[in-house]
Design a binder for this molecule. Sequence first.
Ligand code: PGA
Length: 260
Amino acid sequence: MLVAGNWKMNTDVPDGRALAASIAEGLSSASSDLGTVEFLVCPPYVHLPAVTDALADAPVTVGAQDMHAEDEGAYTGDVSAPMLTSIGCDAVILGHSERRKYYDETDADVNAKAQQAQAHGLVPIVCVGETLEQRKAGEADTVVQGQVDGALSGVPIDSADELVVAYEPIWAIGTGESAEPEQAQEMHAVIRDDLTERYGTAVADDVPLLYGGSMKPHNAYGLLSQPDIDGGLIGSASLAAESFLGIAEKAGKVLEEARD
Ligand code: PGA
């Protein structure tokens, strides 16, 4: 179970460091069993050194929110995979719907970045998800399958820990309106089938499939108890240690129940 925070373009560096420190502190004093829950935070680029430092002794890995598909070059304003690994990043979010919408990122762009991430040992967190119009038109499955195929073609993975896929229905992101657990599960099953065809059952069964879109402490349990939902990619609720850890607690509860 992976609980991942996407801070987007929020907090300045001192506030980001303080947020990371409160997450570390909250995890060290957590009363419930979070033993096998894994944590990741993806702050803005300029926060990465401070956040990595603040989380040095915590069981939380650090990722970025995007990257360029080339190693280096004349790409003003961009950041590359080797830059990210050089400061201790383990993962990178790719193809978030906000990147697709505001920067016209295509599946081909996401694919090039996913290959580049993989080549540098960064785990790509590939985001997919349909718009409300596409859902209403009954196109959600096709759209999401197309995004998965577009992003992952030529990305061979040997083990499940080399890839994360996040299903984030666009209509649920930042709107406070989450998908119903069953709705999310249906789409996760579609994604799982796609990954199974691509990578075989042994690998696909264990690739973490995250749900994203207004996941909060109050709805996390229902979502995380679905068989194909292996964690969350959390936006606004990851900006306060209390709500981020509140979701983590629900993840811990789901895992504990699965063990019993
Ligand atoms: P949200 O964002 O939790 O604020 O809806 C999720 C995301 O965009 O990753």
